[in-house]
Design a protein around this ligand. Sequence first.
Ligand code: HEC
Length: 108
Amino acid sequence: MSRLAIFVVALALCGAAQAGGNAEAGKRKASQVCAACHGADGSKPTAPENPILAGQHPDYLAKALQDYKSGKRNNAIMKGFALSLTKQDIEDLAAWFSSQPSKLHYQR
Ligand code: HEC
């Protein structure tokens, strides 16, 4: 394969991984760790300093997690959790929490 072909295939694979988190997989991951602070579906945090995640835009959630991981957004608690997440975990968790009903988004 030419270098260009490899590059194109690699790009396509990245696109596929990004294209969508799996909400069911996210739900499983969330129940193990995140639920303790943010609530099982992200709508009822267990303390006022833990933000509501349910109904937040998936891109926002994914970016927040990536930024905690990279250190661009600095929070000692969330950095610890974000560091253990893969890119796929982040997409899955973002898909799960964003699809949950909450006060954050407009209810039709
Ligand atoms: C020990 C409690 C705790 C646990 C467990 C926890 N979080 Fe958090 N989370 C927080 C706190 C506190 C903040 C607010 C941090 C800040 O001010 O940036 C936060 C912030 C966030 C934000 C940013 C929200 C926003 O509105 O900007 C996201 C996204 C997030 N958490 C996702 C997760 C995920 C996904 C997990 C599980 C892998 C998780 N959290 C586990 C306490 C926790």
